[in-house]
Design a protein around this ligand. Structure first.
Ligand SMILES: O=C(O)C1=C[C@@H](OP(=O)(O)O)[C@@H](O)[C@H](O)C1
Ligand SMILES: C=C(OP(=O)(O)O)C(=O)O
Length: 425
């Protein structure tokens, strides 16, 4: 197995430009493919999750051309007329590809099989499939009930009233919303349970609006989408920098001395994970906010007790910032960490303890007391990009650490360790 040794870093300094947002890239690619007309997508993320969406679109007969560094895509929309692919669509472990494609393919004519990596077969999708089946969709499990892989015979959905469980993943509602304009009739969606990861729904609504579809909702409780609509191509659309990826650099500047300018997200971001920078201000970071960039400096870091349901991805970074705070940190309301790339609650607790922290792992929370002494250990990353990236903060805090399988960062941020090195002294 490959390992990356990170030696202690004393200071971080400089300016970085974030790669494009994963959440925006995959939503935009799918809607551009469904639209009528050609869309040019700029600042597209080049990473595994996007590659899986692009691979699926190619098999569905969508003409997408990329520039040399794969950050500009020209998508010739097929107006909702996909080809039946010659082979199953392999979507890796990309939730933002698997869930939206499930709903969209249930709504357009054709026969589809959606497969993924072994971990994808352990990530639930039953709440979305239940809603699609309730609307008349023909979606079947190929192995275990409620989990991928799936077989879909598309084109059978009329719309109507439907309830969807929002308590495990917002991606199910995102998927249903993106597909609903393609249903034959209007759809009224009611949320069952408490909707988690709510800000991701704002990203979905924002991107749908950019492609010409307006969704109305009543404080995120019921959503209404008009049926038999067509997405409209956007001549040029720019993907914002990834706010979850920004979290590592906000944290790095807050932990180490020096100053980092982070270009690509700021006060105007549509991504909920920008909220991590607000949490870091509570922790003690000094942040200057601009519309599309942040400038971050170190402060006296204190432990906080936060509800992180709105920022599940960036909150993992807080768990390693906690190693350098002057008291315990609690991160709450994060049950769905357990159903992502790995069981993140258990994995984070295990690895934080290896470093020397005292950790309480609750069913839906984690409490971290900083180590009295740091152990120089190798961090297991469980094929989870965010574990690899957030444990790099240990080196930023001046303690040596080894990251096992560092290339797992390719899921969303292939250049992460190079960018980190570029600001490290
Ligand atoms: O819609 C999206 O782009 C995402 C929603 C979140 O998932 P959940 O809604 O499952 O928490 C987040 O963790 C994921 O990385 C991206
Ligand atoms: C949970 C994540 O990914 P996915 O889109 O596969 O759910 C993530 O990127 O942290």
């Amino acid at each position: 197995m490959e390992q990356l040794r990170l030696e202690p870093i004393n200071q971080v300094n400089g300016s970085i430009t974030l790669p494009g947002s994963k959440s925006l890239s995959n939503r935009i690619l799918l809607l551009a493919a469904l639209a009528k007309g050609t869309t040019v997508v700029e600042n597209l993320l080049d990473s595994d999750d996007i590659r899986h969406m692009l691979g699926a679109l190619k098999l569905l007969g969508v003409d997408v051309s990329l520039n040399d560094d794969k950050t500009v895509a020209t998508v010739k929309g097929v107006g909702g007329q996909f080809l039946t692919p010659a082979e199953p669509l392999f979507l890796g472990n990309a939730g933002t590809a698997y869930r939206p494609l499930t709903a969209v393919l249930a709504a357009v004519k054709g026969n589809y099989e959606l497969i993924g990596e072994p971990r994808m077969e352990e990530r639930p999708i039953g709440h979305l499939v239940d809603a699609l089946q309730a609307l008349g969709g023909d979606v079947r499990y190929l192995k275990n009930k409620d989990y991928p892989p799936l077989k879909i015979v598309g084109g059978q959905i009329n719309g109507g009233s439907v309830a969807i469980d929002g308590s495990i993943s917002s991606q199910f509602l995102t998927a249903l919303l993106m597909a609903a304009p393609l249903f034959n009739g209007d759809t009224n969606i009611t949320i069952k349970g408490t909707l988690v990861s709510k800000p991701y729904i704002d990203i979905t609504l924002d991107v749908m609006a950019r492609f010409g579809i307006v969704v109305t909702h009543d404080d995120y409780k019921t959503f209404t989408v008009t049926g038999a609509q067509q997405y409209q191509a956007v001549e040029r659309i720019m993907v914002e920098g990834d706010a979850s990826s920004a979290s590592y650099f906000v944290a790095a500047a807050a932990i180490a001395g020096g100053e980092i300018e982070i270009k690509g997200v700021g006060a105007k971001s549509v991504q909920g994970d920008i909220g991590f920078a607000k949490v870091m201000e509570q922790v003690g970071a000094k942040i200057d906010w601009y519309d599309e960039r942040l400038v971050v400096r170190k402060g006296q870091l204190k432990g906080v007790d936060i509800d992180a349901n709105a920022i599940p991805d960036a909150a993992m970074t807080l768990a390693t910032v906690a190693l350098f705070a002057d008291g315990p940190t609690a991160i709450r309301n994060i049950y769905n960490w357990r159903v992502k790339e790995t069981d993140r609650l258990h994995a984070m607790a295990t690895e934080l303890r290896k470093v020397g922290a005292e950790v309480v792992e609750g069913e839906d929370f984690i409490e971290i007391t900083p180590p009295k002494h740091f152990n120089d250990v190798a961090i297991d990353t469980y094929d989870d990009h965010r574990i690899a990236m957030c444990f790099a903060m240990v080196a930023i805090g001046g303690k040596p650490i080894t990251i096992n399988d560092p290339k797992c960062t390719y899921k969303t941020f292939p250049t992460f360790f190079n960018v980190l090195a570029s600001i490290s002294n």
